[in-house]
Write a protein that binds this ligand. Structure first.
Ligand code: SF4
Ligand code: SF4
Length: 344
């Protein structure tokens, strides 16, 4: 559920409407995940610092992957406006250099992406972008690889397996072949082969199971991709599929077993590194979230912090209480999971 937000003159939400009172009462109750956290830490989950600003530009994508947590597709129309981008740039211009993580959808499909990236780089931020690889081969977007290189943008690319069959099942017909071609092209211009241009691959399981150990899988990927396709990359991240979005639709009646697996694999050692504790996520309409998974489930940051980029307040946001739900068990299972890979 996501209610329209009412803002007072200082930029904080009006707390006395009936809707917000209901939300406050709701937020006082501990959900199952919060209870787990409380049992271990005797506290609620809180942000520790703002090292990363993750920006979701919208849900338009040239692919329709079956595990996509934001249900992106070519028919989605949600896209960040230039006005919101300008507001973000005004905020980031006042920050010391931070790590900016651009995601979507396919960020390349945004009409103002190049201008936006240039401005962020000119502000001396370290910028990383999540590309699905196949878009880099589309005639209209063929110049993007070189553009990224020119700006020194770091790339993170999804490749859920080094075997064609598994990628086809998860990401669609022809995606594996195009991904391989795009990786070779990126290697050719220096991505993944030089320190200056990191190329990170992302793995997530096809089945409702936890990912294998990250380093061991990275070694397998490295060996197979080098031997069969002469491809190099910087590192591999493993991601647990969250029980939300399109993956939830795929799970169908396996959802209870999957949730049981995630809960039984709860690992308290993951708690200090949970990505929500070190970042803020900005949605395509400027709404602030603890992470992209909360964005996908329409769960903005706590009512006690500003909830829109227009009211960005670093000191309040960097100590905010984290909003959680059942899907959070996906981040704390086994070795842990985040947009930056395994946590322990
Ligand atoms: S997982 Fe990535 S590439 Fe696939 S549909 Fe979602 S945003 Fe697009
Ligand atoms: S889903 Fe988001 S809020 Fe929940 S634990 Fe993971 S990063 Fe934190």
């Amino acid at each position: 559920m996501f209610f329209p937000i009412q803002i007072d003159k200082k930029g904080y939400e009006i707390q006395n409407s009936e809707i917000n009172m209901m939300e406050i009462l709701e937020s006082e109750k501990k959900n199952e995940f919060e209870q787990h956290i409380f049992d271990v830490t005797h506290n609620r989950l809180q942000c520790l610092d703002l090292q990363i600003i993750q920006i979701n530009l919208g849900f338009k994508c040239n692919q329709t992957c079956e595990h996509c947590h934001v249900k992106a597709s070519p028919s989605r129309t949600e896209q960040m406006s230039w006005a919101t981008m300008e507001t973000i740039l005004s905020v980031t211009s006042k920050l010391p250099p931070v790590f900016i993580d651009i995601t979507g959808g396919a960020p390349e499909l945004h009409p103002h992406i190049k201008k936006f990236l240039r401005c962020l780089v000119e502000q001396h931020h370290r910028v990383q972008l999540r590309t699905n690889l196949t878009i880099l081969l589309e005639p209209k977007y063929k110049d993007f690889s070189k553009f990224y290189k020119e700006l020194g943008v770091e790339l993170v690319a999804s490749l859920p397996c080094y075997l064609e069959e598994n990628v086809r099942l998860q990401r669609g017909e022809g995606v594996f072949e195009k991904s391989i071609e795009a990786l070779q092209l990126l290697n050719k211009i220096g991505y993944g082969t030089t320190q200056k241009l990191p190329l990170t691959l992302v793995f997530n399981p096809l089945e409702p199971v936890l990912p294998p150990e990250q380093k061991a899988l990275e070694n397998d990927f490295r060996k197979y991709l080098a031997e069969h396709y002469n491809i190099q990359f910087t590192r591999l991240l493993t991601l647990t599929n969250m029980p939300i979005g399109r993956f939830l639709d795929v799970l169908k009646d396996k959802k209870p077993q999957y949730m049981t697996l995630l809960k039984q694999s709860f690992n308290p050692q993951t708690l200090p590194s949970l990505m929500c504790r070190h970042q803020i996520n900005i949605g395509w309409d400027g709404t602030l979230y603890d992470c992209d998974f909360n964005l996908a489930t329409c769960l903005p940051v706590t009512l006690k912090a500003p909830r829109h980029i227009q009211q960005f307040d670093q000191s309040v946001l960097s100590t905010r209480k984290i909003m959680t739900a059942g899907h959070c068990f996906g981040c704390t299972a086994g070795h842990g999971s985040s947009c930056g890979g395994a946590l322990v």
